[in-house]
Design a binder for this molecule. Structure first.
Ligand code: ADP
Ligand code: MG
Length: 240
């Protein structure tokens, strides 16, 4: 589904991604772990070109999406993104937040989008919040709404950047439960997370990033049970 070839990203003279090569297959659940500043968010944001790569290529479903003539907005519709700080539109109701993109892009009529939004809200038990504004919601509710807002576009892959890092501890579970459910349904996902238990339990593969490189990767049980790279060992000794 996604092929990343020698991906590089520099901010000025700061090389943040130093040549990452990865293939992500349909149905995989990739967890990205690693210390702060190692390039995890930059990697994720390059996948849908929220950051412009400074070198290398990214292919999505057989298309070079780093090519000059690529219509990146078409591609972005297929890649749902969920951020640490939810990024809901504060001046729109919950339902309007969910229907805005599909209606503006003429993918759904307002009536279709409304109906879909209500189904998604029912699924997460928040149908009664359809007409509320985001500032009336808890962090966990906001993040679950941000997730279903992304789902309303019927993406092929979901990208999560530390979706639970900004939450009070008692709200982490409800958000992880929803992501776990999507994983079980077969959604392809890439998730940057500090939740090692979640990474171990839900992911099919863990990538350890450090210093702009993927230093080690493995299926989760092996990676956590027998890390090879000294930096991964040291990282795990601090977070586990
Ligand atoms: P992580 O998500 O692993 O904590 P990031 O990808 O956010 O790491 O950041 C990696 C490095 O890139 C950091 O040194 C950070 O300061 C730098 N960086 C990230 N975004 C920008 C930006 N927009 N402008 C300049 N430097 C940036
Ligand atoms: Mg980050």
């Amino acid at each position: 589904m996604i092929e990343v070839k020698n991906l590089q990203k520099a901010f000025g003279g700061n090389m943040v991604l130093k040549g990452v090569t990865e293939t992500i297959e349909k149905g995989e659940k990739i967890a990205i772990i690693g210390p702060s500043g190692s390039g995890k968010s930059t990697f994720l944001r390059c996948l849908n070109r929220l950051e412009e790569p400074t070198g290398g290529e990214i292919w999505f479903e057989g298309k070079d999406i780093t090519a000059k003539d690529c219509d990146i907005n078409r591609i972005r519709r297929k890649m749902g993104m969920v951020f640490q700080h939810f990024n809901l539109f504060p001046h729109l109701t919950v339902k309007q937040n969910i229907t805005l993109a599909p209606v503006n892009l003429k993918l759904q009529t307002q009536a279709e989008a409304d109906e879909k939004a209500m189904r998604l809200l029912e699924r997460i038990g928040l149908a009664d919040k359809a007409d509320a504004y985001p500032n009336k919601l808890s962090g966990g509710q906001k993040q679950r709404i941000a997730i279903v807002r992304a789902l309303a576009m019927e993406p092929e892959v979901m990208l999560f950047d530390e979706p639970t890092s900004a939450l009070d501890p008692e709200m982490v579970g409800e958000v992880l439960d929803l992501i776990r459910e999507l994983a079980r349904e077969g959604m392809t996902m890439v998730i940057v997370t500090h939740e090692m238990g979640f990474a171990r339990e839900v992911s099919t593969r863990v990538l350890f990033m450090d210093d702009g490189c993927v230093m080690e990767q493995n299926e989760p049980h092996a990676l956590f049970a027998s890390p090879q790279n000294p930096r991964l060992k040291s990282f795990l000794s601090k977070v586990l």
